[in-house]
Design a protein around this ligand. Sequence first.
Ligand SMILES: C[S@@+](CC[C@H](N)C(=O)[O-])C[C@H]1O[C@@H](n2cnc3c(N)ncnc32)[C@H](O)[C@@H]1O
Length: 217
Amino acid sequence: MPSSATAPQRVRSRFRAKARQFDDLYEDERPLVRLLRPGLYRRRELAIDTVRSYQSPAVLDVGCGSGRIGELALEAGASRYVGIDFSEPMIELARARLERFGDRVELVTENFLAASLDGPFDVVLALGLFDYLPDANRFARRMLELCSHGGSMVGSFPAWSLVKGPIRKVRYEWIGDCPIFNYERGALEGLLLDVGFARVEIFAPGRSGYLVRAHRR
Ligand SMILES: C[S@@+](CC[C@H](N)C(=O)[O-])C[C@H]1O[C@@H](n2cnc3c(N)ncnc32)[C@H](O)[C@@H]1O
């Protein structure tokens, strides 16, 4: 039974409780783990390739978690990195990890939709975020507003799969009291075009989700 808390409150509780456990997923680079979790690695590759395609870009990372991708984005040449996450323990992990980059980094502990952020950004990252959003349109629209004229958004979007779908449902919603959402290719493309992205590239690296790069123009 879901609790009476709102969806964002339930997501926040989960990532307050599981920050360290989530961060540890990245430590395990064994081939078997990579095979079982291809999405985690592929989304990271698309994000970094996109950062590298700009010269010294400003990067916004929505739901930045423990700063794992932020670290790679900064190493790949981001001149400015703003990470926002409403889980304090995640932001603390990110702060420790990104300290060495000094004033290129700004970390914000807030709900993305409520935050006032000083854009624009050449790259907006939304990795492992849309899984938990009941109002994906509002998030996508705000991301577009924060994109620079030639900017792009890179996001990951889970899809229902016969194997992983039921497992995720039980694990997150029934046991973990955390809402999760799935996307279908056509609706996803429509959503991003409707909010105003001019061009949408959709990659389907596995059966359990989509990677998207959406361009402002
Ligand atoms: C699965 S983690 C992904 C972290 C990171 N992007 C990565 O790929 O390693 C999702 C993160 O999104 C954050 N989050 C979810 N909804 C959010 C919201 N509305 N505002 C800010 N952060 C949010 C959670 O706290 C969590 O840390």
